[in-house]
Structure formats: structure tokens, C-alpha cells
Design a protein around this ligand. Structure first.
Ligand code: SF4
Ligand code: SF4
Length: 313
């Protein structure tokens, strides 16, 4: 009760009302495909978490865009998510420690929480030349991941690089970059996207804390609640001539024709993600709504297989 009170006071001090917060909980509940009756339980996960799972966050071959996208999470604010709901034991980008001190912290956290921590990986892993194309503190990404990931209760790959190799794995790929599951030959939960949508990580964690298990996955290890449908299936431009709002905006059904971006290279029909529903920057917009074709960023090998962009498939 005291924790819950403090949580709401913290939100209020940041200008977030209870009403705003409940709206966000409704949104997360709907994203997870749960019934409305779960909204108070989802709110409880944020406001009064009964357990705080330890998290070790590895940054490997990446651009840190995934962490950046997470830091755009509004409710709960990133600090609430990282420090109150989870117990983040190691995250190079946001931790104060650096150099040897940081490396020692990683060793100590893995030892202390072995078998119990969630490992979130951002970035892919170089596998050629014994992993020599990517190192931290004189250890290759491959060595670090081989040591840390098998000791985790679950490994979550956040972003297309960690999930499937992403941009570092694009041709000619001299370093032999691969996604974590492929490089380590192990099962991972994948939240691809370049960048991924933070709500899909929040939803995965809420699912874990609320139902005590990770969400159901598709054959590429992606949570079905977020990657169960194609962009095209959910796109408002697809139903432009059936959508009353669009018809009203354009004046007639005929005037809405040609609104679809397929002819300028939209990969929405081949891409599985929930961008049209979840949107970015707290529901402000998403690429196709803003007039840019989907480039298929959450699919394996998108950089090689979806290019050249801006050309009809
Ligand atoms: S804009 Fe893209 S996702 Fe939307 S209807 Fe056209 S092809 Fe499908
Ligand atoms: S619209 Fe397509 S390219 Fe854009 S973020 Fe979503 S999946 Fe990626």
C-alpha cells in the first residue's frame, strides 16, 4: 500500500495523472490481447510489483538505438521501468561504473543471480575469426554472450540485430555477425524492430510478472501478441476506401484511391509487427501514417531482402 502510494506520488510529481496512467494500463492490456478485467492487475504490476526480477542488459554489435527507443517510454518512465519494476544489475549505457569496475559488476551479477536473471541483449554477435570483429574489455561479444546467456532464466533479444543479425549482418558481413540465438545455438525470445517498440518489451515483462510465464511465440521466437499479424493486415491505408473517417477526410471513396504506399515500395504485406496499433512516441504516429513506406525492419535479413527500398516488390 505504501509502495503504491509512493508510486502515484512519483507519477504526479512528473505531471502524470492517475487517469493517464490507467489509460496506459488499458493500452498495455489491449496490446497483450487480455480482457479489460486485467487492467487493475496490470496497474498493480507497475504500482506495487511483488517481485523485481534481476536483469542483465548486454550491449553487443549495435548502435544503441534500441536503448534510445526504450528511453522514449513515457508511462512508466524508463527509470520507473528499469529501477522499480525490474532490478537492473548491469546496463553499460546507463550505469555509472565503467572499465574494469563495470566488468567486475557483470561477473558478480551473473554469479549472484545465476539461473534467475533475465538477460536482455541489444546487438548481434561476430562469429568469424573467433568473434574477433567485436570486443569489450578484450573479450569478444561471443565469449561474453556464451558465458552470460546460458546462465539466464530467459534471454530476450531486443531489436533486429540481437534477434536476427540486423544491419551488422548485412552483406558482405566480413565479421560473420549473427543474431544471438543463431550464434549461440539456443532459444531466445525475439523483439525485433529497428528500433523495436518499447511497449512490446513492457508487454513481455508484464506478461511474465502477471502470468508467471513468457508470452506465446511464433516460429521466429517473436511474441504473438505483437507479431501475430502483418503491418498490411492492420494498416489504415489498406482499408482507405472502406474507412468512413478517410472517406470523410477525402470527400469521396474514389478520392481515397492511390493512398496505399505499395507502389513506392511498402513492405507491409511481408512484415509482421504491431506498429499500426502500438505506434511510436506514445501513440503519436508510425512510419506509414507519416507517409513513409514500411521497410520491413522487423523481418530477418531485411537489409538484404527488402532492398532496394522505394521500389515495388
Ligand atoms: S501502405 Fe503498406 S501496409 Fe498499408 S496498405 Fe499499403 S502496402 Fe499495405
Ligand atoms: S512500419 Fe515497418 S519499417 Fe517501420 S518500424 Fe514498423 S515494421 Fe519497421
Amino acid at each position: 500500500m505504501e509502495n503504491e502510494k509512493r508510486f502515484y506520488e512519483r507519477l504526479e510529481s512528473k505531471g502524470v495523472t492517475r487517469r493517464d496512467f490507467m489509460k496506459y494500463c488499458t493500452f498495455v492490456t489491449a496490446t497483450l490481447g487480455l480482457s479489460h478485467s486485467f487492467v487493475p492487475k496490470v496497474a498493480e504490476v507497475f504500482a506495487a510489483p511483488s517481485t523485481r526480477p534481476p536483469v542483465i542488459w548486454l550491449n553487443l554489435g549495435e548502435c544503441t538505438g534500441c536503448s534510445e527507443s526504450l528511453l522514449r517510454t513515457m508511462y512508466p518512465y524508463a527509470d520507473e521501468l528499469l529501477l522499480e519494476i525490474l532490478s537492473v544489475e548491469y546496463h553499460e549505457t546507463i550505469m555509472a561504473a565503467a572499465g574494469h569496475q563495470a566488468e567486475e559488476q557483470l561477473e558478480a551479477a551473473v554469479k549472484k543471480h545465476s539461473g534467475k536473471f533475465i538477460c536482455v541483449v541489444e546487438g548481434s554477435i561476430a562469429t568469424n575469426y573467433k568473434g574477433g570483429y567485436g570486443k569489450i574489455g578484450n573479450r569478444t561479444f561471443l565469449e561474453i554472450a556464451q558465458k552470460v546467456c546460458p546462465q539466464a532464466a530467459a534471454t530476450i533479444c531486443y531489436g533486429t540485430c540481437a534477434s536476427f543479425g540486423g544491419v551488422p549482418a548485412a552483406k558482405p558481413n566480413p565479421g560473420g555477425y549473427k543474431g544471438v540465438g543463431q550464434a549461440l545455438n539456443m532459444k531466445t525470445l525475439n523483439i525485433p524492430g529497428c528500433p523495436p517498440n518499447p511497449v512490446n518489451l513492457v508487454g513481455t515483462i508484464v506478461n511474465y510478472l502477471l502470468l508467471g510465464k513468457l508470452p506465446d511465440l511464433d516460429n521466429l521466437g517473436r511474441p504473438l501478441f505483437a507479431y501475430g499479424k502483418t503491418i498490411h493486415d492492420q494498416c489504415p491505408r489498406r482499408s482507405h476506401f472502406e474507412n468512413d473517417e478517410f472517406v470523410e477526410e477525402f470527400g469521396s471513396k474514389e478520392a481515397t484511391m492511390g493512398y496505399c504506399l505499395y507502389k513506392v515500395g511498402c513492405r507491409g504485406p511481408e512484415t509482421y509487427n504491431n506498429c499500426p496499433i502500438a505506434k511510436f512516441n506514445d501513440g503519436t504516429s508510425w512510419p506509414v501514417e507519416a507517409g513513409h513506406p514500411c521497410i520491413g525492419c522487423s523481418q530477418p535479413n531485411f537489409w538484404d531482402e527488402m532492398t532496394p527500398f522505394y521500389q515495388e516488390m
